[in-house]
Structure formats: C-alpha cells, structure tokens
Design a protein around this ligand. Structure first.
Ligand code: ZN
Length: 328
C-alpha cells in the first residue's frame, strides 16, 4: 500500500536559485518534448524518448498536457502554458532525512540541505519506513516536497462485524454485531455547505477563494467523520465493515440526492482509513436494506425517520439500514 505525504520546504536563497534553475531547465525539456511529440502527431500511448533523468512523474505530466492540447488545440499563449506546466512540475530528489532536511544533489555533486516543516504524525509515519521517492514542486509560489512511502497495513485484532449506513440527514450510522449503535452527525452542516457550493457555482462572478474555502470545509468535514468512524471501529473491535456499494446508492436516494452530494468521497476516506487500520471493507448490494425488518424480514416503508413493523419492531430508519447492511 502506498501513501503520499506533502509538506512545505524552506530553501534559502542559494537553494531557491538552484531549484528555480532546475524548474526552468525542466520546463525547456518538457516544452521541447511536447513540441516534438506534437509534430510527430502519433498516438500517445508509449513512453516518449526522454532525457534519461526525466522520470515517471514528468512522463505523466507530459501525457496529461498532450492530451489536453489534443483535445483543445495547441495554445500559442506561452504564458498560460507556462503556468499550467508549472503546476505539474515535479523533481525527484536524491535523498531525504527524517529529522534533518531534504537534500538535493546537483549533477555536479554538491548537496543542498533544505529545512522543512512537517506534522508530528507524518514524521512518525515516515520514520517507520523508507521513502520510495521524493518530489519537489511549486504551488502558489510555495516550495513543496512530497514523499511517497510504502506502508504495511496493521492487522486488526477485532472479532465483530459491522454495518454502516451512509445517508443524507445523518452522514453515517454504525451498527456492530454486539449491538453498539453510533450516529455520526454533521448532516445539516454538510447540506448547508453543499447548497452554498451549488449557489456559488451558479454565480457568474468567479469568486475562487470562496469556492475553494467551501470545498475545503467539506473535505475537512468528511475527513473528520471518517476518522471518527474508523476510531470507533477499532474501539469496538470490528474486523469487517459492510458498506453499501455506491453503484446502487444513486437509485436508492435519488429523490433526496442533490447532484453535488458526495457520498463517494466520504466512503473513499472510510475505505482508505480502514485499510491502514487493517479493517476489511465489503461493498454490498443495498437492495431492501432500508425496508426489511431485522426481526421478521417483512418489508415495510419507514415513515419519516421511524421504521415500524407489524411484529412490534420499531427503530430509527437509518439504524435499520445499518443492521441490514451488516447482515448482508
Ligand atoms: Zn418485523
């Protein structure tokens, strides 16, 4: 399993000069390669012959840029082209030390040590393993490094199964085999942010910072909810989590679903965090999970938030969903 961690680095003037030179050099190389490739006008499905020290990330960026140009036509606007290109620029670094600095080795053998700032938990993660690759790039005029590491997933010592119902009103409801129920709140706030995002997208005025701010808040919220869920899964000793396969969820909630609603990201975060914690995630077909009675299996339709059955069973409809998802 691979993970990438990105953090800011703080080059001094000399190192900045070196990095900028490298970026410029790279820009020229990429531009030339793109022009050559475009003039050949061949299908871009094999790796182009590039200068040897251009590694995978560059090839990646080049293929993306070429696809874009094939679709939208070549732009003579050098400036926009340059800015676009800069975003994709990566530099593979020579070495990296966890407690000291990011080191760049020039082709002439000189080593530059660049200090960095990193969160403590990332540092801990990085000390446990050897980085596979380190890249340096620029974004919004800041220098960033991103480290790719290979991690061994931990093995869960859990014994229980659990089901998770992801919903609109309540973002998620958890039910575990030993009867624990947990509601994860934030649905109202999430809906508020989504409607705000939708209205911002409708306005002609490009208010980028506000748009970005809302998206970031939404992302943070999904991170918070998913972290809480996975923390509970570990606490409740869960080894397998059943969730709905999103192939079907659009149909299930089509009435309440607003187009920008993202179950997908919340689920992706949950799966990602479960993977690291060693918890197995099974995607199940959610047919009738909101209808079947967990006691007698009769199908009922919940009225508002309450699910009621002739057999006397009565519960919150999302809990019924989570129970049925667990049993699938
Ligand atoms: Zn029943």
């Amino acid at each position: 399993m691979y993970r990438t961690y990105t953090f800011p680095i703080y080059p001094n003037e000399e190192a900045k000069l070196l990095l900028n030179n490298m970026f410029d050099e790279l820009h020229i190389l990429i531009t030339e390669n793109i022009k050559n490739l475009l003039s050949i006008d061949s299908e871009f499905n094999e790796s182009p012959t590039l200068v040897p020290h251009l590694t995978l990330p560059y090839i990646d960026s080049i293929s993306k840029i070429i696809l874009k140009h094939k679709r939208y036509g070549w732009s003579d606007d050098k400036n926009t082209f340059f800015i676009k290109l800069k975003k994709h620029m990566h530099f593979r670094m020579m070495s990296f030390s966890i407690n000291k600095s990011v080191n760049i080795k020039t082709r002439h053998g000189k080593v530059y040590s660049i200090p960095y700032r990193m969160r403590e938990y990332v540092k801990q993660k990085l000390t446990q393993t050897k980085p596979v690759s380190i890249k340096i790039f620029m974004k919004n005029n800041k220098y960033l490094a991103s480290v790719l590491i290979k991690i061994k997933p931990s093995i869960s010592d859990g014994t229980y199964k659990a089901g998770l119902d992801i919903g609109v009103k309540v973002p998620a409801v958890l039910y575990t085999e030993n009867g624990t129920i947990r509601f994860y709140e934030g649905g109202r706030y999430r809906r508020f942010l989504y409607s705000k995002q939708a209205s911002l997208l409708k306005t002609n005025r490009i208010d980028l910072s506000r748009k970005l701010n809302v998206s970031r808040k939404l992302r943070d919220l999904d991170h918070k909810i998913s972290s809480k869920i996975v923390k509970d899964l570990i606490k409740f000793k869960v080894h397998t989590l059943n969730i709905e396969d999103l192939k079907y969820i659009q149909l299930k909630h089509s009435k309440q679903l607003n187009s920008s609603w993202s179950y997908e990201r919340l689920q992706r975060y949950i799966i990602y965090k479960c993977e690291t914690a060693g918890i197995k995630v099974l995607k199940i077909n959610p047919h009738y999970t909101s209808r079947a009675c967990p006691i007698c299996m009769k199908h009922n339709v919940a009225y508002k938030r309450v699910y009621e059955c002739d057999c006397g069973y009565r519960h919150h409809r999302d809990v019924v969903g989570a129970i049925n998802i667990m049993h699938k």
